[in-house]
Write a protein that binds this ligand. Structure first.
Ligand SMILES: [Zn+2]
Ligand SMILES: [Zn+2]
Length: 331
């Protein structure tokens, strides 16, 4: 499997000369996976070219950190380790104290919690480090660990981003299919049918993409989860679909429920996607956010048109639909 290599020339600081030694060190660094110390890297480099000194390796590592190719991580061992940061999203670590192996994960729920705590304390958070120390499965049970060679976090991230998008799309499809079934207004029904049809199309596009991704690593499906997101399958649309089944839900309420679901979904994928380093997973999230925005806008237009056709609600409730960033209606 090939790793996407950054354009080193573009990253090189202004005025600094091209150096073949540095290029070699960067290339060797990018071929390694995982978290390794400066000495580990120096040893590998030494095997490739014994004329390159340890000091040059250290200097180059420092330069890579500044250029955004490498990231320093501290696992509490009294020395730093380095990992890729190019196309490699920020993440948290599980660290085995027996074999010193570490594995990576991300959780939108942990991040949301950290944000909530920082906000409550009026604290502007620059960076958060979550490290879980303990013992890994293979050290605990003696079973051999699944080999991680050649597997990149970027691929796992893309896989999980696609899984989340697919799960969301499925529950969206379920939502619009139900909504079309209960709609009384003919035009409202056709809008729900149209959205269900779109969700079905997106779903098959995403599934094709998922299958393509699997061809890049035959074991990809069984690799451990990287991105944890509790809301995926049951959060964004499932609650709306549930409410849709309550007795007496009219077309307006159905549209409003759809608006809330699409808005929640759009916001999640956009906010989350924007935070990531450039990567395939980021692309998947942002493209998905765009699709959800289009659905959202369509639903808002339909809601307004329905209100115009049916007149204001009988009870003097203000059902305001503002732009997609404002609030739509009352809770
Ligand atoms: Zn271990
Ligand atoms: Zn890491």
């Amino acid at each position: 499997m090939s790793t996407v290599l950054p354009d080193i020339d573009r990253l090189r600081p202004e005025g600094s000369k091209r150096s073949s030694k540095r290029d070699l060190i960067v290339n060797v660094f990018l071929r390694q996976e995982g978290h390794f110390s400066a000495d580990d890297l120096a040893e590998i480099i030494h095997r490739e070219d014994h004329r390159i000194s340890r000091a040059t390796v250290y200097r180059t590592l420092q330069w890579m950190v500044e250029a955004g190719i490498a990231r320093k991580v501290d696992f509490g061992e009294g020395r730093f380790r380095f990992e890729h940061s190019y196309r490699h999203p920020r993440h948290f670590h599980l660290i085995c104290k027996t074999c010193n192996q570490s594995s990576e994960f991300l959780s939108s729920d942990i991040e949301a919690l950290i944000e909530e705590i920082a906000n409550a304390r009026n604290f502007s958070a620059a960076q958060s480090v979550v490290q879980i120390y303990g013992q890994c499965e293979s050290c605990r049970t003696g079973r051999e660990a699944q080999p991680q060679d050649g597997i990149t976090t970027e691929l796992l991230f893309a896989r999980d981003a696609l899984r989340i998008a697919i799960a969301t799309e499925r529950s969206g499809l379920e939502f619009y299919t139900r909504a079309a079934r209960i709609a009384k207004d003919a035009r409202g029904r056709s809008v729900f049918l149209k959205l269900a049809e779109e969700e079905r199309e997106h779903l098959s596009t995403l599934e094709t993409r998922y299958r393509q991704l699997l061809t890049r690593d035959p074991q990809l499906e069984s690799r451990p989860t990287f991105l944890f997101f509790k809301g995926a399958a049951n959060g964004l649309f499932a609650e709306g679909a549930e409410k849709l089944m309550a007795a007496g839900v009219g077309d307006r309420q159905a549209l409003m429920l759809g608006i809330r679901c699409e808005r929640g979904s759009h916001r999640f994928f956009k906010r989350y996607g924007e935070r990531f380093e450039d990567s395939e997973g980021k692309q998947i999230f942002l493209e998905f956010a765009d699709e959800e925005k289009q659905h959202l806008d369509l639903l808002i237009r339909e809601y307004r048109s329905l209100v115009r056709r049916q007149g204001r609600p009988k009870r003097r409730r203000r059902a305001t639909v503002t732009t997609s960033h404002g609030s739509a209606g009352r809770r």
